[in-house]
Design a protein around this ligand. Structure first.
Ligand code: SF4
Length: 331
């Protein structure tokens, strides 16, 4: 099956009724100004295939799409829809806030060929949402998600880990993931909270009110989330912030790593090995894995082998093409 591709167009910080504690949208998107409809047309014309664009979605990301000026939103939709009608893209993907979804807006989005809607839910705990100035509730996420599915859109949910106000980072993340699973989204994105300059989070970090989880704790949390979503058959389409130009200069604190997903995949593999080791008394072990995943099973710089050594296991991890991806054997 051909790989799905998004042609991403950033709509920076438009339409947001508030300023979330962690958000400096211009830093995250790397874009300063909102594109005009003609600029969108130019981008689409340049980057979409001339025909057979069935693998592509035109993706408006970065702001709260359904809360931007209605006239501007319609111009963007009309422009993108033109390319869908020409067969140069299969549909349109948007991201928005849960409190900016209702039946009227969903009717409009349907009419203009929108196929996927992603909601920035971030947390499913009202106290955390309030502390982080999100301006919506868990119930808004539930209501909007059900409505999006009722209208036949693909539903994406975005969550953050390590948010200000979460008293136990792992427990809160697992709780949010469980509530996401109950809503049966098609996709999820997981973003570890990173403290950026000129945000409320920077103030609470500097005052000592907020201590973000370490990178290692965050990798543990996200490896656990991967297990939850994998088991539920929900696709994780993004883990960690995209390393846009200039982002690293704006980070004050937090578990940022340019290869974050790789770290989590390796940790997930380590968790699986550790679970299996409870069934063996051997201390010298050979773990056979699919060759394509050898580096994941070993971990970056052999960290998984070192971790196993700390637990008292002399482990060798070797490639064996008879082993399926994500499977492993221990001898
Ligand atoms: S709703 Fe999204 S874009 Fe708007 S301030 Fe919050 S995080 Fe930023």
């Amino acid at each position: 099956m051909a790989k799905h591709k998004n042609l991403s167009i950033f709509i920076p910080h438009l339409g947001c009724p508030n300023q979330c504690s962690f958000c400096d949208q211009r830093s995250i998107s790397g874009a300063q100004t909102a594109p005009s409809a003609s600029e969108v047309a130019k981008i689409c014309d340049e980057f979409l295939p001339k025909e057979n664009g069935a693998d592509y979605e035109i993706a408006f990301f970065g702001g709260s799409f359904t809360a931007i000026d209605r006239g501007y939103m319609m111009q963007l939709l009309e422009t993108a829809h033109g390319f869908v009608c020409q067969g140069r893209a299969a549909g349109i993907r948007i991201s928005t806030r849960p409190d900016c979804i209702d039946e009227e807006i969903l009717g409009i989005l349907k009419q203009y060929g929108v196929t996927s809607i992603e909601l920035g839910a971030q947390s499913m705990q009202d106290d955390v949402l309030k502390l982080n100035l999100r301006g919506h509730t868990e119930e808004d996420v539930n209501r909007a998600s059900k409505l999006i599915k009722k209208y036949g859109f693909s539903l994406g949910l975005q969550m953050m880990t390590g948010l200000y106000g979460q008293k136990d980072y792992m427990r809160y993340a697992v709780d949010t993931a469980g509530k996401f699973v109950a809503l049966q989204p098609d996709t999820v994105r997981i973003y570890p909270t990173v403290t950026l300059k000129n945000t409320m989070l920077e103030n609470v970090f500097l005052s000592g009110e907020y201590t973000p989880p370490t990178l290692d704790e965050t990798v543990d949390i996200c490896a656990q989330l991967m297990e939850i979503f994998d088991e539920a058959g929900i696709k994780i389409i993004k883990m960690g912030l995209h390393a846009d130009t200039g982002l690293e200069d704006k980070i004050v604190a937090g578990p940022y790593h340019p290869a974050f997903r790789e770290l989590c995949l390796a940790r997930q593999k380590l968790l699986k090995i550790k679970q299996q080791l409870t069934n063996t008394d051997k201390k010298s072990i050979t773990i056979k894995v699919n060759p394509k995943q050898l580096s994941q099973w070993k971990g970056q710089k052999n960290t998984n082998i070192q971790q196993l050594a700390q637990l008292g296991y002399a482990a060798q991890i070797v490639a064996d093409s008879s082993v399926e991806a994500d499977e492993f054997t221990i001898d």
